[in-house]
Design a protein around this ligand. Structure first.
Ligand SMILES: Nc1ncnc2c1ncn2[C@@H]1O[C@H](COP(=O)(O)OP(=O)(O)O)[C@@H](O)[C@H]1O
Ligand SMILES: [Mg+2]
Length: 270
């Protein structure tokens, strides 16, 4: 291990066992046009405080459903869902959510978007907003409007907004999916930097294997129909990581091997 990495490492021993997120026998069924769809069936998953978990799996395997349930945006599930030891019954300021689109208010400046319904006239709010603007590397853009920002910059505003109330858990649903490869790599670096400084628990949904392994402490692979946890692969490497490093490529191979051994519903297995 290189010495320069050691300050940024979060070892398992540093993680708090109280558990940021706990799912037990979580199931969610929808009424589809051709009958019921088991978006999630009996999912068990515990995420420790301060952990960075990537959820990965093919389209339709229940990733967004799982995230919305943890966010409290969908309460029509069965099983146990707890955040910080408390049962989830709806949205709360202990959880921040970031979607694929930034969902900024076009008529508000960057700082007003981040402050949301808090007043920038309050100096403590203003200070927090400006600290967050520095954290997401948007210094100088405080008074810019969303139409003046690139996609990556807008998404950084969304991240700052989600962090304003210092949530224990950040839930990210393919947040960089619409960005080009270079911007995406930069955003991953910004996110790892935020995580290293603030120790916010991250639950990051992606369908990109490289993105999952470069970011997470653990990659949770979901399988579809019914949506369930197929396997969990710990990525035992310090941050910041180098995508092209041999160790990371070995983990990437492990994740891909899991995918390739997942039977697809349309295939005969005999
Ligand atoms: N509101 C809904 N009504 C009916 N079916 C839904 C609804 N939301 C999701 N589903 C179904 O549940 C499954 C999982 O969806 P989703 O969580 O969006 O998957 P992913 O995010 O992994 O692509 C899919 O088969 C999807 O069609
Ligand atoms: Mg989705």
């Amino acid at each position: 291990m290189r010495i320069s990495d050691s300050a940024a490492i979060r070892t398992a021993g540093e993680l708090d066992d109280s558990g940021a997120v706990r799912l037990a026998r979580l199931s969610r069924r929808f009424d589809g046009q051709t009958g019921p769809v088991d978006a999630l069936r009996e999912v068990d998953l515990s995420i420790a405080d301060g952990e960075f978990v990537s959820l990965i799996g093919p389209s339709g395997c229940g990733k967004s459903t799982l995230l919305k349930i943890v966010a409290g945006l969908d309460t029509d599930f069965s099983g146990t869902v707890e955040v910080g030891g408390r049962a989830v019954r709806g949205p709360g300021i202990d959880r921040g959510f970031i979607f694929q689109e930034s969902r900024l208010f076009p008529w508000l400046t960057v700082e007003a978007n981040i402050a949301a319904n808090l007043s920038l006239r309050d100096s403590s709010v203003r200070d927090r907003v400006h600290d967050l603007i520095r954290l997401v590397r948007l210094d100088g853009f405080e008074r810019a409007y969303p139409k003046e920002l690139s996609g990556g910059m807008a998404q950084r505003v969304a991240i700052a907004r989600a962090l304003l109330r210092d949530p224990a858990v950040l839930l990210l649903d393919e947040p960089f999916g619409a960005l080009d490869a270079f911007t995406r790599a930069h955003m991953q670096e910004v996110l790892v930097d935020i995580w290293t400084r603030r120790r916010t628990t991250m639950v990051f949904v992606t369908h990109d294997v490289d993105e999952a392994v470069v970011l997470a402490n653990r990659v949770v692979i979901l399988a579809p129909r019914p949506g369930r946890v197929r396997s969990i692969i710990p990525i035992d490497l310090p941050h910041p990581r180098i995508t092209s490093s041999r160790e990371l490529q070995e983990y990437r191979f492990d994740v891909l091997t899991q995918f390739e051994s997942t039977p697809r519903p349309a295939e005969r297995v005999d």
